[in-house]
Design a protein around this ligand. Structure first.
Ligand SMILES: NC(=O)c1ccc[n+]([C@@H]2O[C@H](COP(=O)([O-])OP(=O)(O)OC[C@H]3O[C@@H](n4cnc5c(N)ncnc54)[C@H](OP(=O)(O)O)[C@@H]3O)[C@@H](O)[C@H]2O)c1
Length: 234
């Protein structure tokens, strides 16, 4: 099997960066897409150093027009097909419901739910051309369970879970696998602005999530990798 051609949203840091580098190690061509160009450029360089071919692509997944352009450019770099799409870009904000405002609600829904829809829709034909395509939707434990102060985040991630479960059925005819990934707390910059005390040493490392994604991609195609829980051992 030749190294897969990969598109990772939110690939500039955290879990997305780790997934991009994991595939790069295997010689993949990888497009990393997000808003911050300097971060993306740095990861594209890391991809090259790791043995892959990297391309930075600026995108705001909240905007359909932006996604259209970015996915088109990604497909060009990936020679017309996408083997692995990782819908990873996301935001996480904790606000008790009485403090939840419309802007926060919308941001969560637009980045965490509209984004994967726009990206998958635009990538569909390139995924269909692959013959071995696999979509990873990076949800969260908050897609299975409520957490305090997480109304907007949980709603967006439960939504992503539903998107992923239904998408799997629609794309089965094209032999496209769809995995929903449910990471537990993972030590990334996402926690930098979240109020509260967090024991980062006890969290997953982004590389743990990346390894699970890589192994799922590598697994025989008749193995069930629909739901991937990645939790730090208690
Ligand atoms: N860390 C955890 O504990 C944890 C647990 C469960 C699930 N997750 C999920 O894992 C995913 C990655 O999280 P992370 O922890 O790696 O967070 P992170 O370090 O903050 O990275 C988030 C990535 O998403 C990108 N992004 C955010 N808004 C975007 C937008 N509008 N358009 C395009 N890209 C955007 C960011 O880049 P720009 O800001 O430059 O756009 C960044 O590259 C998220 O979906 C998150 O919900 C994380």
């Amino acid at each position: 099997m030749t190294a897969p051609r990969v598109l990772v949203t939110g690939g500039g840091r955290g879990i997305g960066r780790a997934i991009a580098l994991r595939f790069a190690k295997e010689g993949s061509r990888v497009v990393v897409a997000a808003r911050s160009s300097p971060e993306l450029d740095a990861v594209a360089e890391e991809i090259e150093k790791a043995g892959g071919k990297g391309r930075a692509s600026q995108v705001d997944v909240r905007e359909h027009g932006s996604v259209e352009g970015a996915v088109w450019r990604a497909i060009e770099f990936l020679d017309g097909s996408i083997d692995v799409l990782v819908n990873n870009a996301g935001v996480f904000e904790i606000k008790p419901f009485e403090k939840l405002d419309v802007a926060t609600w919308k941001r969560n829904m637009e980045v965490n739910l509209d984004g994967p829809f726009y990206v998958t829709m635009e990538a569909l034909e390139a995924l269909q051309r692959s013959g071995q395509a696999h979509i990873f939707n990076i949800a969260s434990r908050a897609a299975k369970q409520g957490f305090p102060g997480n109304v907007a985040y949980c709603a967006s991630k439960y939504g992503l879970r539903g998107f992923s479960d239904a998408l799997r059925l629609d794309l089965a005819k094209d032999k496209i696998r769809v995995s929903t990934v449910y990471p537990g707390q993972t030590d990334t910059t996402i926690f930098d602005k979240v109020p509260g005390t967090w024991d980062r040493a006890k969290m997953n490392k982004p590389e743990d999530v990346a390894e699970v994604v890589w192994k799922a991609w590598k697994s025989p195609r008749d193995v069930n990798v629909d739901d991937l829980d990645v939790a730090p051992r208690a």
